[in-house]
Design a protein around this ligand. Structure first.
Ligand SMILES: [Zn+2]
Length: 184
């Protein structure tokens, strides 16, 4: 019951944010895919897939996903959580409005899937318990399961959008994460 109402609240919050962003950004750059236009059905499909693959509780809700113009351009999307090193962090995914402004729908969905995989593996490491401080001793980017799941997310998006260039770019990102940030 508690989980359910939390989930509903989050859903409403996301809708509110999406609505607000649509209003705030539609006048700025209409030709671009904006964060507010993230394919909600595909996001849900990807989330269900990630939960299946990580053996998460079926009712695990999406973490808070916020659009944030303070995220540095090169960081693009960030998953943060309170840890021993950063106890004041809030558990959430932040989507940088600047670094992602030229992304198409596929790239946006894939990157969100990448962050959601971080979230699921973190929760798995913490026995799916909400905590004040999370354990995070596992490196994700070159982890076999992490790479397999984020690769499979490429295929889910490909099935829907059938964009060859986007598919190659997403695969490239799977390996880039491991090559360039193996410690994350
Ligand atoms: Zn990452």
């Amino acid at each position: 019951m508690k989980q359910k109402s939390k989930h509903r609240l989050m859903h409403r919050l996301l809708q509110a944010i999406a609505g607000w962003l649509l209003v705030a950004l539609s006048s700025v750059a209409q030709s671009l895919v904006l964060p507010a236009q993230i394919d909600q059905a595909m996001t849900e499909k990807i989330w269900v897939f990630i939960k299946q693959e990580t053996h998460a509780p079926e009712n695990l809700p999406l973490p808070p996903i916020l659009f944030d113009d303070q995220v540095p351009k090169q960081a693009r999307m960030v998953f943060q959580f309170p840890s021993v090193d950063s106890p004041d962090n809030v558990l959430q995914i932040s989507i940088g409005t600047y670094g992602t402004r030229l992304w198409n729908q596929e790239m946006m969905l894939w990157a969100l899937g990448h962050e959601l995989t971080h979230y699921a593996l973190l929760m798995q490491e913490n026995q799916w318990q909400e905590k004040k401080i999370y354990e995070n001793n596992l490196r994700h980017h070159c982890n076999f399961e992490f790479m397999r799941i984020t690769r499979d997310v490429v295929e889910l998006i490909w099935e829907q959008y059938q964009n060859v260039a986007a598919r190659m770019r997403m695969y490239n990102e799977v390996h880039k994460s491991c090559n360039r940030q193996p410690l994350q």
